[in-house]
Design a protein around this ligand. Structure first.
Ligand code: OSB
Ligand code: MG
Length: 378
């Protein structure tokens, strides 16, 4: 599969409601959209880098420059047998897995379209719909949180995840648990606690949570291992895991008992599948996280979540919870807590280009490097 050229966009989509986490409030989702063109086909992916690196360390400005100046020029105009072949060529790049994932995922879309098969089939998925829950941001009051959690439970979502931070945890979680009965409830601290807050963490441990996501520092597996040894409730790592090696280390040192896999965080579908396999070898479940993606990233997430060991509900809820209008034509909507896998080749969704143009802030075409210069006329 030859990649003839690429198009990089910077896109900003307004969120229907602000999304508050322990690290900040999001009112718009700004992301890199990468389209690859080859053999008359197109593949597309969305990056999960941030404008401000407050989730992990990668930035949109850094990733755009790296893709435009180094990664894309080194792969355009060449034939790649499959995603493994493409990524072997880039294996010397340290870190920058969000930037690499944008290319890798767009290539999977392009390549599976060339095979005429859905991405889920090419990845080895085993279902045609995936179970999903919702991730609820920090709300203005406990009453508002209970109301939102109950409404989503009535809509059939299979798990409610509550964002927490040190002044917004035990009392709020207790109220939601009391309102929801048996529905699984989880919390996500996005690294807002330290072992100094062990008393609060021990209280959270008594609330019957399904798991606690990334309570401690974004890059500290060691303290998570200390905490897990003190807790009954399983810990789930998100920020800490960027590779299958990270997942192996975390599970080996018992820093967690399950893993949130975000394909855009870990370098793409190949690495996501390796993490899935490593976790399975430790009998640890995985689930598919989200980063408030548009329909493009959401579709990639849904295809990935069809792999066998994605046994916990993921975060890829209905697009209409996030956007007044998405950048794809197809609605990605759940029913009874199940998200159908988009049908058709590749990721199975298509860009609404006229609308996309209205939310595009910058666009660059990247062409193959000229490998030889015409000889000067003597
Ligand atoms: O930690 O999972 C997270 C959103 C932005 C950044 C980090 C996270 C999240 C979410 C939302 O929890 C998941 C979603 O609905 O896409
Ligand atoms: Mg998380």
């Amino acid at each position: 599969m030859r990649i003839d050229r690429a198009e990089l966009r910077l896109v900003s989509l307004p969120l229907l409601k602000p999304f508050r986490t322990s690290f900040g409030v999001m009112t718009d989702k700004t992301f890199v959209l990468l389209r690859l063109f080859g053999e008359g086909l197109e593949g597309v992916a969305e990056g999960v880098m941030d404008v401000r690196p407050d989730y992990r360390e990668e930035t949109i400005s850094g990733a755009l420059a790296l893709l435009q100046e180094s990664i894309l020029p080194s792969v355009l105009g060449q034939d790649w047998a499959n995603p493994e072949h493409l990524m072997r060529h880039l294996s010397g790049i340290r870190g920058n897995r969000m930037a690499l994932a944008s290319l890798e995922m767009a290539f999977w879309d392009l390549w599976s379209r060339s095979l005429g098969l859905p991405l889920s089939t090419v990845l080895g998925g085993v279902r045609n719909e995936v179970a999903v829950g919702v991730s609820l941001g920090i709300q203005p009051s406990i009453e508002a949180t209970v109301e939102s959690a109950s409404r989503h439970a009535e809509q059939g979502y299979k798990r409610i995840k509550l964002k927490i931070q040190p002044d917004w945890d035990v009392a709020m979680v207790r109220a939601v648990k009391a309102a929801l009965g048996d529905l699984p409830v989880t919390v996500d601290a996005n690294a807002a606690y330290s072992l100094a807050q062990i008393n609060t963490l021990r209280e959270l441990d008594t609330l019957g949570l399904d798991y606690i996501e990334q309570p401690l520092a974004w890059n500290d597996m060691c303290d998570h291992a200390k905490l897990q040894a003190l807790m009954q409730t399983p810990l789930c790592l998100d920020e800490c895991i960027t590779s299958a090696q990270d997942a192996r280390k975390a599970l080996e040192m018992a820093a967690c008992r399950l893993v949130n896999i975000k394909v855009g965080r870990v370098g793409g579908h190949l690495e996501a599948r390796r993490i899935h396999d490593v976790a399975a070898s430790f009998s640890a479940p995985v689930w598919c996280g989200g980063m408030l993606e548009s329909g493009v990233g959401r579709a990639h997430n849904i295809h990935l979540a069809t792999l066998e060991n994605f046994t916990k509900p993921g975060d890829t809820s209905s697009s209409s919870r996030y956007w007044a209008r998405d950048i794809i034509h197809e609605p990605l909507e759940t029913s009874g807590g199940m998200m159908p896998v988009p049908k058709g080749a590749g990721i199975g969704v298509t860009l609404d280009l006229p609308f996309l143009d209205t939310v595009t802030r910058m666009k660059v075409d990247v062409k193959p490097q000229r490998t030889s210069v015409a000889p000067a006329v003597p």
